[in-house]
Each structure stands twice: as C-alpha cells, then as structure tokens.
Design a protein around this ligand. Structure first.
Ligand code: PLP
Length: 455
C-alpha cells in the first residue's frame, strides 16, 4: 500500500542489508525509533546537508541525527579539531581530568543563564538521569513529575506517558502515568507524576497536591523541539516550583544550541535549577552534560573524595556524595568536537542565518500545502520545526495527536523517493550548511509528493 511505498528497485541493497541485520540484531535496528516500514534505509556517506544510501541515492538530510548535526555532515572545523586533539595529545582519551573539561564548562556557564557548574555524561539520557538523581539527593524527596508527551531518554523513571494511548491516559487535566515499555518496574509508574503541558492551573494543582513528595519537575521547554511552553506557563512553573522546594529541570538536550546559543532558558528569561544538555554539545559524538546551581551541583563528588564536597558545599559536608561516574565522561576528543561546533555557531550572523533559512523553508512549505487546499501548519522554533496536518492552536501532546498522521506519512514516503530524508513523521532539523538550493529542492519535492499522494 501507499504507506509502505518505498521504491524497491532503488533501495534493493538497503533491503538486503536490512534482512541480514535482522538475523543478528533484533528488528534490524539498534534503537527502536530507527525502524520504519518496510525497511529503513542503510546510509553509507554524508556530506554537508546530504546523506547517501548504500544504493547510491542522495538525500537532503533533515533528520541530522535527531538534531545533533547542526553543522551538517563532516564539517571541516569539527574534523580538524578532532584530528588535532588526537594527534597533539597522542591519544583518544586520557581517563584523567584535563583542561578542556574546564574550558567547555566555562563556555556553558557563559551561555546558559541557569548553569553555574557542570558535569559530563555520555548521552542525553544519562544527563537527565543525573539531573533527577541530583534533585532527589538535594531535596530528600522521592518522586519526579514530568509532562505528558515529553521525552527525556529511554530509562525507567521517564519512560512514562511519552506517547500514551488516549484510552489509557485519563483526563486531560489529570493525566495518568502510562508505561511506554515492557519491563518497567511498577516503582517508576508509582513514582512518576504526570502533568499536562501548558495548563498552568492543572499543573499547579497537581504540584501542590504532591509537593511533599516531589523532588523535581522535568520538562522539555519546547516539547519535542516544536511545541513551545507559553511564557506565562513557564513563569508560573518557575514560581510554583521555587515556592514548593521542587527542583526545576530543563531538558535542553534537543533545544540546547538550536533555539539560541543559550537554549530555551535564554529565550524565556527563566533560570532552571538544573539543565540537561546533549546532542549538539558533542558535535556529532555521544555526550551529555548537566549544569545548574552550585549548591545542587556540589552534591556530586567522586565517591571517596569528601575533600571535594567540603571544599565548596557548606550544606552537604555531613552527607554522602551523590554517585556520578563514567569511563568516558568528559571525553577529550568529543569535547574538542563540541567546542569546535560552538565556536562556529558563535561566529557573527551564523545563528541568525540558520533561523532565517529555517523560516524561509517553513514559509514556502506552508504555501505549497495551501496551494493544494490542505490544512497544514509548521510548528517549531529556531532551527527545528515540524509539519502538522491539522488546524488549531497546538499546545500539547493531546492536541498534536489529533493531526492527520496518515496523510503526512504517505507524503513522507514519497519524499524519501524524491531525495528528502526525514524518518517518516519525524521533525525537521536544519543545519548551517543547508543552502537556499536545498530549500528550493525540498519545496519542489513536497509539491511533487503531495501531487502523487492526492492523485
Ligand atoms: N531528552 C531529550 C529532550 C531528547 O530529545 C533526547 C534524545 O532524543 C534525550 C533526552 C536523550 O538523549 P540521548 O539520545 O543522547 O540519550
């Protein structure tokens, strides 16, 4: 059918390789999200804004490794920085402290209003996990609140109500905790409180009811990178969490460096207590980080090294440190890639140009869909957006789930055939190397895809 409409002749090698992968890798993919019908495309090369699959097909890439590749594929500054770091140091990693850890921390403190100190992890997942553990340690409370539809990585505490079935999700103003995976211990369903995004009144009520047991609230300030929190909602949430001694955690893994160099917090003018970063921070390599208030961050300490604690954290000197470890934390090769990436983004006009290109693409896409009489809006901020085939003001997961994903999927499959890559139904991320020519081709491909689907 239309939904499985990848042209088999032009993606034969992908199909064969995928079949082979399925024999040794469950489902043929190393992350469930990477699968799509009838088989995902196996990529072989990247260059700038383009991806090339094993059959030699060329695609304009809007997946950009789920947003991580803000400089596109193979940016020379990143390649140079990584090579230089390895060649000059003579190693890939020291396994000890080194000065670039401080350089990057100073950079993050300069850019992010809520960051006073920094610790590194190896992924965004680990960053939000560490943020949550810090909140629990700091407050002595046990539960965490998260918003329905928000994703914070694939682990037990937050694999709850990310993409829940409406028939199990309860009332909009009092959403139920719905597990997103087999194998989740009941503990996490019982200790994760679900909140309705952009509904301040309902959120406040739930937070007040659970205040005595809530260590932290974690949220994506822009859900999925595309649905912004209302300013009033943000301001209100900051005020209430402060009053109730609940740690406010911004998960800026996706929004960091993509909405502004200082993330969503810079745009909203709100200081979260803890910020989680990842993706762009690693310049295409795996990394995560948390940064936050000194008094909270200082709970982290190498186990057994109480000296670190007593050196700066007056209020924690009688407590055990929070355990935070990782063989590859603060990886010098990756920090070199990240610093090179930030350096490019900081060059005057770079972010503005990126945002202007994104706006141009959004505007032109809107015009194309409109010309076919389709109800469509683009939703997003900065360098991320998505195409929503539906009307009305979309302010949370439930609104979003009303849109026409069947038609959208059909168009996305046609787009793959026409050389525009995004995983069906995925959002669009832009890079600084996407050109006006890319935009022109992308808009023309949409025009053709819509024509084919509607015929
Ligand atoms: N938080 C958000 C908002 C994300 O978008 C992601 C990844 O998509 C994560 C956390 C998890 O990051 P990672 O995939 O690096 O573990």
């Amino acid at each position: 059918g239309q939904e499985n409409g990848l042209v088999s002749e032009s993606t034969q090698t992908s199909a064969a390789l995928f079949k082979k992968a399925c024999k040794v890798i469950p489902g043929g993919v190393t992350a469930n999200i990477k699968y799509f019908n009838p088989h995902p495309l196996m990529m072989e090369k990247g260059k700038g804004s383009k991806l090339f699959d094993v059959d030699g097909n060329e695609y304009i890439d809007y997946l950009l490794c789920y947003g991580a590749l803000i400089l596109g594929h193979g940016h020379h500054k990143v390649f140079e920085a990584v090579t230089k770091q390895m060649m000059e140091s003579g190693t890939t990693i020291f396994g000890t402290p080194h000065k670039m850890e401080t350089t990057m921390a100073e950079k993050l403190i300069e850019l992010y209003p809520g960051i006073e100190m920094v610790r590194y992890t190896n992924s965004g997942l680990e960053a939000t996990l560490l943020a949550i553990r810090t909140a629990v340690a700091y407050t002595g409370k046990q539960k965490i609140a998260k918003f329905e539809g928000h994703y914070h990585g694939g682990y037990d505490q937050v694999l709850v109500s990310v993409n829940p079935d409406m028939d199990r999700a309860g009332e909009a103003a009092a959403p139920k905790a719905v597990g997103e995976s087999r194998g989740l211990p009941d503990y996490y369903l019982q200790n994760t409180v679900i909140l309705p995004f952009n509904d301040l009144e309902a959120t406040e009520k739930i937070l007040r009811d659970h205040a005595h047991e809530l260590a932290g609230v974690i949220l994506e300030p822009i859900q999925g990178g595309i649905i912004p929190a209302n300013q009033d909602f943000m301001t209100g949430l900051r005020k209430i969490t402060e009053e109730l001694n609940i740690v406010l955690i911004f998960d800026e893994v996706k929004t960091g460096f993509r909405l502004s160099l200082g993330g969503a917090q810079k745009i909203y003018g709100i200081k979260p207590d803890i910020t989680a970063l990842g993706k762009v921070l690693g310049g295409g390599f795996p990394i995560g980080a948390i940064g936050g208030k000194k008094e909270m961050m200082m709970i982290s300490s190498a186990r057994g090294s109480r000296d670190i604690l007593t050196a700066g954290a007056e209020n924690t000197d009688k407590q055990d440190p929070l355990y935070h470890s990782g063989t590859y934390n603060g990886h010098p090769t990756i920090l070199a890639a990240g610093l090179a990436t930030i350096n490019v983004l900081e060059q005057e006009g770079t972010m503005d140009k990126l945002f202007a290109r994104t706006q141009l693409l959004r505007k032109q896409l809107e015009e194309v869909y409109k010309s076919y009489g389709l109800t469509m809006q683009t939703l997003g901020m900065g360098s991320i957006f998505n195409i929503i085939l539906g009307e009305g003001n979309i302010k949370n997961y439930r609104d979003m789930s009303q849109s026409n994903t069947k038609l959208r999927k059909q168009i996305d499959y046609e787009l793959l055939k026409l050389g525009v890559y995004t995983k069906p139904l995925n959002r669009y991320s832009m890079s600084v190397v996407h050109t006006e020519e890319d935009i022109h081709r992308t808009v023309a491909a949409h025009d053709e895809a819509i024509k084919r689907v509607l015929n």
